[in-house]
Design a protein around this ligand. Structure first.
Ligand code: FE2
Ligand code: FE2
Length: 438
């Protein structure tokens, strides 16, 4: 029982399905299928704030959202099969369904006015975190110039450096690149948010300007990694491109309910997660002797850090003007767990691709369950959640919950990793089905 909290937490983020226990997953899937038909209000009653240990496990194990989000289930619903090897293309394309209940427009309409009222603030305080295009780096700055005489030579050098890097590193770098390449999904996600969405596609509000320019900055991340990986000759580009197509078609469900409160907490978390992940792939590339690749990953990480600054500033402002609503939103996101943007990843073959990719990232220390707890703790400190005063009863419960969550996650992670000694090799289509240890 004690392990179930950790299982559910990390399944949404990192831990491979073999560590979660297949039997338990099937059972949980069945119970969740019953529960998801219930109204959200019923679920809210069941997902209580944590007051004592046994409640923690119950509240986290109940919704089983990971199992429902897992590619194993979502893609199974797409393709009408749950077998391990599925490459059928006979059926017309059907977007996968998110099988948990989707909640929309949960923010009371009067709160939309809050976002209107801080447009001036956003213009002065958020847009400054965008870089003018003329001062931005472009992918071409880090890649061999196809118009230069030395192009072939530079490509040979790039490939010689890439040869020294192990397969497991490439699995993680490919996963990170695919995550970046699903950018249309993230722009869509931002434009689901009430009160801040880009209403026309070229809206002049600061929120819309930010979203478009943020997207344009992010677009360079996938471009750069995609082009680097193409030139490296180490990976199966067709399988990777297929995975991107599947992923964009699948979308994502961060469970932000059209609420910019939930949305900006989610993006604050995610930008920091990508900052950590790209920072670690930079560090590993350096350790493998590839300084140019380290520079590529490090440069992307710096962008993510700047984005994190902007999103955490928006949430900080919300804590200032509506502490109760914001702490409730923070606790809500953490109870639902922050699902990774590429959690619906699929390559046409591996139903548990995201779990497998996450397990390799965890083993290499690129992005780990400990990072998840560290990000949470960082945000609690950044927003001074422990110091909030004047909260409602519910608000105080939410405050206690988020302030006490990181140490609990860490304790459970330590216990779980002490138990999880078993190691499995899994083939990744991205590297021509070569096996990598999870
Ligand atoms: Fe990015
Ligand atoms: Fe970013």
């Amino acid at each position: 029982m004690t392990n179930r909290f950790f299982i559910n937490l990390v399944c949404a983020t990192l831990v491979p399905s073999h560590l979660c226990g297949g039997k338990q997953n099937s059972k949980n899937c069945a119970t969740a299928s019953t529960h998801r038909r219930r109204r959200r209000s019923t679920m809210a009653l069941r997902i209580n704030p944590v007051s004592f240990q046994s409640e923690i496990y119950r509240s986290f194990s109940f919704p089983q959202t990971k199992n429902l989000r897992s590619p194993k289930f979502t893609m199974a619903s797409t393709l009408g099969s749950s077998t391990a090897k599925v490459e059928s293309t006979k059926k017309p394309f059907t977007p996968p369904r998110e099988v948990h209940q989707q909640v929309t427009h949960s923010m009371p309409p009067q709160k939309i006015e809050i976002f209107k009222s801080i447009e001036g603030w956003a213009e002065e305080n958020i847009l400054v975190h965008l870089k003018p295009v003329e001062k931005c780096w472009q992918a071409q700055d880090f890649l061999p110039d196809p118009a230069s005489d030395g192009f072939m030579e530079q490509v040979e050098e790039l490939r010689a450096r890439a040869k020294e890097i192990p397969d497991d590193y490439f699995v993680v770098l490919v996963g990170d690149m695919i995550t970046e390449e699903a950018l249309p999904t993230y722009q869509t996600m931002l434009n689901t948010l009430d009160g801040v969405r880009d209403e026309t596609g070229a809206s002049p509000t600061p929120w819309a300007i930010w979203t478009r320019a943020w997207t344009a900055e992010e677009n360079r991340h996938g471009d750069l990694l995609h082009q680097y990986l193409y030139l490296s000759g180490r990976v199966d580009m067709r399988q990777i491109q297929k995975t991107i197509q599947y992923l964009i078609g699948s979308g994502m469900d961060p469970r932000t309910e059209n609420s910019p409160y939930l949305g900006f907490i989610y993006t604050s978390f995610q930008e920091r997660a990508t900052f950590i992940s790209h920072g670690n792939t930079a560090r590993h590339a350096k350790e493998h002797g590839d300084l140019k690749l380290a520079q590529i990953c490090g440069t992307i990480a710096a962008d993510e850090k700047r984005h994190e600054t902007a999103y955490t500033k928006i949430a900080e402002k919300l804590f200032e003007i509506d502490p109760d609503g914001t702490v409730l939103a923070f606790a809500d996101m953490m109870r639902k767990k922050i699902s990774m943007p590429a959690h619906l990843m699929y390559d046409g073959r591996d139903d548990n691709l995201f779990d497998h990719f996450s397990a390799v990232a965890q083993r290499l220390g690129v992005y780990t369950a400990k990072d998840y707890a560290d990000i949470l703790e960082f945000l609690v400190g950044r927003w001074k959640v422990a110091d909030l005063t004047g909260l409602s009863g519910e608000g105080r419960k939410a405050q206690d919950y988020v302030c006490g969550l990181a140490p609990r996650i860490r304790r459970l992670e330590e216990r779980s990793s002490a138990r999880a000694k078993e190691s499995v090799d899994v083939p990744f289509s991205w590297i021509f089905d070569r096996q990598v240890k999870l």
